[in-house]
Design a protein around this ligand. Sequence first.
Ligand code: GDP
Length: 320
Amino acid sequence: MTKKALITGLTGQDGSYLAELLLNKGYQVFGLVRRSSSSNLERINHLSGDIQILSGDLLDQSSLMDVIAEAQPDEIYNLASQSYVPLSWTQPALTAEYTALGVSRLLESIRRCKPDAKFYQASSSEVFGQPDESPQTELTAFRPRNPYGVAKAYAHWMTVNYRQKYNLYNCCGITYTHESPRRGTEFVFRKITHAAAQIKLGLANELKLGNLDARRDWCYAKDAVYAMWLMLQQEQPDDYLIASGETYSVKELVECAFNCVGLNWQDYVSVDPAFYRADEPVQLVGCIDKIKIGIGWQPQYSFNQLVELMVDYDLKKLSS
Ligand code: GDP
């Protein structure tokens, strides 16, 4: 029988990759989309004939119940949230409504309308904020340091609590930064690959960045969504970190991207304090032993391969 999956956040980076993965596996895919985001279907335009869009909103419990009753999904992936950390400081209450309480509404809707559905909650490494240890594991204490991280911590524990209290098949994947050509240029990875391509093509001549020493654990969004799917294929639900297990600095990233286009980054990059963060996390890097050993997942793309594929994409896009 054809499996059915419902994705929230379908129009985002992860939602679009996950939809592609599930369609390739023969799933019938439903996407929960807010009416107001209908103008933002760019990442899923190429899939529009294959996906059933259902309109609903994480702010509205009854719309979620209607969507779940209609789609009768075997698997539900909650990838929707306001995910840009600086914006969570200017809209803290709205961030909590979507990212925290939205998950309560979703869990209640599943419990009432489709309790045998498997549920994936997109937790984020932002829950660790200022962690006590590095690398982090599934047991590291949550010490979030911004409204987004706080909201994600609430959503994580509600998902775990519903698993324990109601015996639902609920999983949380704590993802570290994951990138792709579908990332916006407000994020540093795409900002750099895009700028390297622009400079190579003579469309720009400088790149202003913030803290070059900031380090991140970066992996490819396609690898990350595969981990999400794999987590829901196990006999027992559990929570896992989804990460590369390695960190690279912004400086190493910029060097690698400019190498890809045969330029010396120092000729083009300058530091602008406007891009510095006041609340930089200390050392976010995931230990991926549990997911590696437990369910056999590890990233297929290295850091260098990811930089290269994103620079190539931006070169092609900008020259077409
Ligand atoms: P996120 O903070 O992990 O969600 O992702 P970002 O891509 O926005 O930032 C990653 C890191 O790059 C942070 O530590 C930033 O301080 C650092 N960074 C350095 N220069 C820049 C820049 O020009 N833009 C952004 N967005 N981040 C920068």
